[in-house]
Design a protein around this ligand. Structure first.
Ligand SMILES: [Zn+2]
Length: 274
């Protein structure tokens, strides 16, 4: 029996289904299709990241492209980033404040309309009902056409917050779309059209980003507190290290784009929600 609210095609099979094929809710074999590119610009997009900077690494250029074409984009950051340093003597309260401002600057560079900080303690995120409810409320309030987030099925992903943020994202989409999940939220149920999972274990969708790679790099550089620990940029060798970081971002974009014979891209696993 199909779970309440679930429809044929809820799983990652929808793109393969012909109009005359009835899809059972359980037991269908996974299917592979050609890699798709450049979905229609959504009206509203919500990107969810574990830490300040994750969204900008994972889908910053796609968000910049969509915003430039009229999409209303939003950042949602699950944790406070309070462990994002190699300095054990750091004032973590000050670090949290710094990282909030950096994320707000980066989001503005990408044309994002808002940043929601859910303020969980960095490193202690749990994919539980409390977190699902919190993100479900955000999705019902912002009513995105597309939700972007970490791929929870990415193998060998070491950081627990990335795994948990991925689960919370996909589970919160299910909760947001079905009215009997968290029925006492302020806003009614909302079903996005699609989820795009970045750091994808099995990429099946590429967004072309060539004109927007510079905006992505500028947004990443706004995370100044992360230059040393995440980007390998030490103040003593800033010029060469910064150039090396730029080359790394450009190389990754070229590798992602090459999956679909594009010049530069961001790769995702695309899931249908309907
Ligand atoms: Zn992270």
């Amino acid at each position: 029996m199909r779970p309440a609210g679930q429809r044929p095609g809820d799983e990652d099979r929808a793109r393969q289904d012909g109009p005359d094929r009835f899809v059972l809710p359980v037991g269908e074999l996974p299917t592979r299709g050609p890699i798709s590119t450049d979905m229609p610009v959504p009206a509203v997009a919500v990107a969810v990241g574990a830490h300040p900077d994750d969204i900008d690494f994972g889908c910053g250029a796609t968000l910049a492209k969509w915003a430039a074409h009229g999409c209303v984009t939003h950042h949602v950051v699950m944790t406070d980033g309070s462990k994002g340093t190699w300095d054990p003597r750091v004032d973590t309260t000050a670090l949290v404040t710094t990282r909030r401002h950096e994320q707000e600057r980066a989001a503005a560079i990408l044309g994002s309309s808002s940043v929601t900080f859910l303020d969980n303690v960095d490193g202690e995120l749990a994919s539980d009902a409390t977190q699902r409810r919190a993100l479900c409320e955000v999705i019902r309030r912002l009513r995105p056409t597309v939700v972007l987030g970490h791929d929870p099925w990415r193998r060998y992903r070491l950081h627990p917050d990335h795994r948990h943020a991925g689960w919370i994202t996909v589970d919160a989409v299910v909760a947001a779309r079905d009215p009997l999940f968290f029925p006492d939220t302020t806003e009614p149920a909302h079903r996005p059209d699609a989820i795009l999972l970045f750091e994808a274990d099995d990429p099946n969708h590429i967004e072309s980003i060539a004109p927007f790679l510079d905006a992505k790099i500028e947004a990443l550089m706004a995370h100044e507190s992360q230059h040393r620990s995440t980007m390998g940029i030490d103040s003593s060798e800033a010029g060469e290290a910064t150039a090396a970081f730029y080359r790394a971002v450009e190389r990754q974009a070229a590798e992602h784009g090459a999956l679909a014979s594009l010049d530069k891209g961001e790769a995702f696993h695309r899931l249908a929600c309907s």
